[in-house]
Design a binder for this molecule. Structure first.
Ligand code: C2E
Ligand code: MG
Ligand code: MG
Length: 584
C-alpha cells in the first residue's frame, strides 16, 4: 500500500511505530533478512545471525551470496530471480554454509519490498532452518548422486546401479560390461591451454557421451578425466565392441575450449561380468587393469581385461578347491593397518585385513578370494578363524604392555546372517581373553540395509555385550542414510573413493564435510580411509576429522611389523603441515 504503512498500532505515537516494528522483527523466531535489489544485505535479525554464525555487522553490506555453498542448483537462483523480477514472492530451498563452514539447509520465502512510489527496491527473506538431521541427510543424498561439474551421475551412483545390474542379470542377458574411459594426456593438454582447467572439455565430452549412447547405458563421471559407462544386460559380445568403437569415434570431432579447437583422444578399459568379476569392486579393478593395458599399448584404443592379468588357476574351480584347504594348510595370514587419532597423532586402533599366502600365486589380496568365499559359504569358518587370530593378537599386545588398541574386524554379509554369529563372537572373546569393548565389527552399508529390523536386533545384541560397530565404506550406499540414526553404531568409515582426490575434487571434499556434519549430529566417530598423501591429511585435519587410516601412515602389515610400529611409538607429526611428513 504505497504512501502509508499498511498497519497502524493504535495507542503507539506515530513517531514510534517503526521502532515497534523493528523490535518485533528483532525478536521474531523466524530468521529475517532484508537486501537491496542487488542482493546486498541491509538488515538481518538476531535469529538470522544466530543461525548463520555471522554477527549482523559482518553481514550488512555483504552480498547474500556470502552464504552460498555451491550446492544449491543454479536453476534455483534463476527461478528466484525471474519470480522476484516479476514482482512476485518466491519460495524455495537453499543449501547454504555457515560462518564455521558447516552446511545447513533452509527453506526461504522471499518477497519484494516496495517504496512509497510502488517501486521494488528491496527484498525481504524469511528463512526457516530445516531440522538438523534431515538437512544433513538430504544434502548428503543430493551430493551422493551427483557430479556438480558435468551433471552426470557420479561414481557412487554408478556403483549402486552396477550392483543392482549384477543382481538383475538374467538367463537371457547374462552379461554386463563396464567401460572405464580416461582421456589421454588430459593434464598436459589442459595445462598447455593456459589457465582454464578443462572443465568445459569435460562437460562437452559428457554431453557427447550421453547423446550418442543408447539410453539404457549409464554414463557417469568417476572423477578427474575418468568416466564410467555401464552396459547392462548384454546379449552379444559384439555390442560391447561396437560401443567401445563408437565412443572412440566421438573424439574425431575436435572440442572447443575458449575459442581453441582441441583434439582429444581417450583410452578405454573394459571388464565383463561374470568373466572378469562378479562384484562391483572386482569389475572396477579389472576395468582399471584393462585401461592400463590400453594406455600401455599406445593410447587411443580399447582393451578388454585379460585373464592373463591373473594367474591361471583363478579359474573358479581350482581356486575354490585351493580355498577349501587353505585354512588347514595354514596359508591364511592376518595383516594389521593402524588407525591413527588426528588429535593425539597416536595409533589408537587397527584393522585386521586377511591375506592368502597362496603356494603358487604368492600373497593374494581379499578381493581375489573373499567374494568366492562368500559364495561358497567358506567365509564362515574363515571369518571365525580371522576373528580368533586377531583377538588373540590384540590381547597379546595388551599383555606385552603396549597401550590397548581398538581392534576392527570385517564381517561379511554371509557371516552376519549366521544365526550363531553373536554366540561365536562371544565365545572367541572369552577364549582369547579380550574384553568386548576393544572389539569393533565393521559391516558395510549394504549389510545394514538388507534386513533393517533384523540388523537392528543383531546390532543391539552385540552392543549390549559391549562390542562396537563401524559402518565400512560409508557413502557408497547412500540409501541407508535415512535409517542411520536407527542403528546402534559407533563409527563411520568414510570410503576411500571420497578421500582419494580430496581436496582437489571439490565434490568429494564437500561430501567428506557433509559426512563429518552428519557424524557430528549423530555423535559418531569418523575414520577417513585411504589417506595416502600429506594434502589429504591436511585437508582432513582442517576439518577436525577424528581418525585416519591409510598408506600415508602405514600399509597393512604383518604382526611383527605392526609390533615394530608400536615399539617405535610411530605417530603423526604433532603439527600437520605440507613440509612435515612422518618418518618411515
Ligand atoms: P575395507 O574393510 O574397506 O579395508 C580397507 C582396504 O583399503 C584394505 O584393502 C586396505 O589395504 C586398503 N587401504 C588402506 N589404506 C589405503 C590407502 O591409503 N590407499 C589405498 N589405495 N588402499 C588402502 P584390502 O586389505 O585389499 O581389503 C579389501 C577389502 O576386503 C576390505 O575392505 C574388506 O571389505 C575385505 N576384507 C579384508 N579382510 C577381510 C576379512 O578378514 N573378512 C572379511 N569378511 N572381509 C575382509
Ligand atoms: Mg574394513
Ligand atoms: Mg573400507
Amino acid at each position: 500500500m504505497p504512501g502509508s504503512l499498511p498497519y497502524f498500532l493504535p495507542g503507539v505515537p506515530p513517531g514510534e511505530q517503526l521502532f515497534f516494528f523493528a523490535q518485533a522483527a528483532e525478536q521474531s523466531p523466524v530468521s529475517m533478512v532484508i537486501t537491496q535489489q542487488d542482493m546486498t544485505i541491509v538488515y538481518v535479525n538476531e535469529r538470522y545471525s544466530r543461525l548463520t554464525g555471522y554477527k549482523p555487522e559482518e553481514l550488512v553490506g555483504q552480498k547474500a551470496s556470502i552464504l552460498k555453498s555451491g550446492l544449491t542448483p543454479l536453476k534455483t537462483y534463476q527461478d528466484m530471480r525471474t519470480t522476484l523480477a516479476a514482482g512476485q514472492a518466491w519460495r524455495g530451498e537453499f543449501h547454504n554454509r555457515k560462518k564455521n563452514s558447516d552446511l545447513y539447509w533452509e527453506f526461504a520465502l522471499i518477497s519484494p519490498l516496495k517504496n512509497q512510489q510502488g517501486e521494488i527496491t528491496h527484498y525481504l527473506g524469511l528463512l526457516e532452518d530445516l531440522s538438523e538431521r534431515q538437512r544433513t541427510v538430504t544434502i548428503f543424498e543430493y551430493m551422493a548422486n551427483h557430479d556438480s561439474l558435468t551433471d552426470l551421475p557420479n561414481q557412487v551412483y554408478f556403483q549402486a546401479q552396477l550392483e543392482r545390474a549384477l543382481a538383475a542379470r538374467s538367463a537371457q542377458s547374462p552379461q554386463l560390461a563396464v567401460i572405464l574411459l580416461d582421456i589421454d594426456r588430459f593434464k598436459i593438454i589442459t595445462e598447455t591451454l593456459g589457465h582454464s582447467p578443462g572443465d568445459g572439455l569435460l562437460c562437452a565430452l559428457a554431453e557427447r557421451l550421453v547423446s550418442a549412447l543408447p539410453k539404457n547405458m549409464l554414463v557417469s563421471r568417476r572423477g578427474g578425466d575418468e568416466f564410467l559407462i555401464l552396459l547392462p544386460g548384454i546379449e552379444h559380445f559384439q555390442t560391447v565392441v561396437k560401443t567401445a568403437q563408437q565412443i572412440l569415434t566421438l573424439f574425431q570431432e575436435p572440442f572447443q575450449q575458449d575459442g581453441n579447437r582441441v583434439h582429444l583422444t581417450a583410452s578405454l578399459g573394459i571388464s565383463l561380468a561374470p568373466e572378469d568379476g562378479s562384484t562391483v569392486q572386482a569389475l572396477l579393478q579389472s576395468a582399471d587393469a584393462a585401461l592400463y593395458d590400453a594406455k600401455d599399448a599406445g593410447r587411443n584404443n580399447y582393451k578388454f581385461f585379460k585373464l592373463k592379468n591373473f594367474p591361471e588357476s583363478f579359474e573358479r574351480l581350482s581356486l575354490e578347491n585351493d580355498l577349501r584347504t587353505a585354512l588347514e594348510r595354514q596359508e591364511m595370514r592376518v595383516f594389521y593397518q593402524p588407525q591413527v587419532s588426528l588429535d593425539s597423532g597416536k595409533i589408537v586402533g587397527m584393522e585386521a585385513l586377511v591375506r592368502w599366502q597362496h603356494p603358487q600365486h604368492g600373497l593374494l589380496a581379499p578381493v581375489h578370494f573373499i567374494p568366492l568365499a562368500e559364495e561358497t559359504g567358506l567365509i564362515v569358518p574363515l571369518g571365525l578363524w580371522i576373528l580368533t587370530m586377531a583377538c588373540d593378537q590384540c590381547r597379546t599386545w595388551q599383555k606385552a604392555g603396549y597401550p590397548p588398541l581398538r581392534l576392527a574386524v570385517n564381517l561379511s554379509a554371509r557371516q552376519f546372517l549366521q544365526p550363531e554369529l553373536v554366540e561365536s563372537i562371544l565365545h572367541i572373546l572369552m577364549e582369547t581373553d579380550l574384553e568386548p569393548r576393544f572389539l569393533e565389527l565393521e559391516i558395510t552399508e549394504s549389510i545394514l540395509m538388507k534386513d533393517i529390523n533384523m540388523t537392528i536386533l543383531i546390532l543391539r545384541w552385540l552392543k549390549k555385550k559391549g562390542i562396537q560397530i563401524a559402518v565400512d565404506d560409508f557413502g557408497t550406499g547412500y540409501s541407508s542414510l535415512t535409517y542411520l540414526n536407527r542403528f546402534p553404531i559407533d563409527t563411520l568409515k568414510i570410503d576411500q573413493s571420497f578421500v582419494r582426490d580430496c581436496p582437489n575434487n571439490s565434490d568429494n571434499a564437500t561430501l567428506v564435510s557433509a559426512i563429518r556434519s552428519l557424524a557430528k549430529a549423530l555423535h559418531l566417530r569418523v575414520i577417513a580411509e585411504g589417506v595416502e598423501t600429506a594434502e589429504q591429511l591436511e585437508f582432513l585435519s582442517g576439518l577436525r576429522g577424528e581418525e585416519i587410516q591409510g598408506f600415508y601412515f602405514s600399509r597393512p602389515v604383518p604382526p611383527d611389523e605392526f609390533e615394530q610400529l608400536l615399539r617405535d611409538g610411530k605417530q603423526l607429526p604433532a603439527r600437520i603441515g605440507p613440509e612435515s611428513s612422518p618418518r618411515h
